[in-house]
Design a protein around this ligand. Structure first.
Ligand code: ZN
Ligand code: FE
Length: 255
């Protein structure tokens, strides 16, 4: 059983700690910074054993070296991006299994946001650490990958169980939801989720994790089959990946 701690840092990043009580193994997922992680570990009396990186961006690996120096932890990431992941020790690829103590994570290669992005799926825990691939009601920008890659990556994630808790790395939910409502104002699930999100944000509370079920009902990037979205885009008969591409394009320009 994993215990998960959410640490808000910078403007809108989340670092997560995942702790396997039985073994004492503790991972920091995408540590943008070291100090908030060290503080959170200290407060709980935990020892950092691993860093799990989803991709190479600095707001995900910025704390790697300082944490490794302070704790001797093992840094885990995508092997083909090893040159861009500071201090990497364990090089993973798609389909690998990573054990955090007795907790098993399956590694899914999900390119699109970057060409070397992975997610960690702890199936028994119903937990997905998805980095910047899937956000609540949104998805990562396509910095290095193609729309086709990102669409395939999100389709893979969408095929996981609906009760999977989606631990994204950014609190982008409210602005994502405002955009989603421009495409699908008649979606009752989306209206309900946005009311909940606005309430949480007004109290300064996180909207993450979400669940995959909620995302499939509200996230336009997972709803390329929606007739309402397609009508609003004038793409009633387009291929799903074309609809995805147009939604991503519009989101890039949305304020
Ligand atoms: Zn990123
Ligand atoms: Fe990021």
């Amino acid at each position: 059983m994993l215990e998960i701690v959410q640490i808000p840092v910078l403007f809108d990043n989340y670092i997560y700690l995942a702790h396997d009580a039985g073994s004492g193994a503790t991972a920091a997922i995408d540590p943008a910074l070291a100090e908030p992680v060290l503080d959170a570990l200290h407060a709980r009396g935990w020892q950092l054993t691993h860093i799990l990186n989803t991709h190479h961006h600095i707001d995900h690996i910025g704390g790697n070296i300082e944490l490794k120096q302070a704790t001797g932890c093992i840094i885990v990431g995508y092997g083909e991006d090893a040159a861009r992941i500071s201090g990497i020790d364990v090089q993973l690829k798609d389909g690998d299994v990573f054990m955090l103590g007795s907790a098993r994570a399956d590694v899914l290669f999900v390119p699109g946001h970057t060409r070397g992005h992975i997610t960690y799926w702890f199936a028994d825990e119903h937990v997905l650490f998805c980095g910047d691939t899937l956000f609540s009601m949104g998805c990562g920008r396509l910095f290095e990958g193609t729309p086709e890659q990102m669409y395939a990556s999100l389709s893979r994630i969408a095929a996981l169980p609906e009760d999977t808790l989606v631990y994204c790395t950014h609190e982008y939910t409210e602005s994502n939801g405002r955009f989603a409502l421009t495409l699908e104002p008649g979606n009752g699930d989306l209206q309900t989720r946005m009311a909940e999100v606005r309430g949480l944000r007004a109290e300064g509370r996180p909207t993450v994790p979400s669940t995959l079920g909620v995302e499939k009902r509200t996230n336009p990037f997972l709803r390329t089959e929606s007739v309402e979205i397609r009508k609003n885009l004038g793409m009633l008969n387009a291929a799903p990946v074309q609809v995805f591409t147009e939604i991503r394009h519009r989101k890039d320009r949305f304020q």
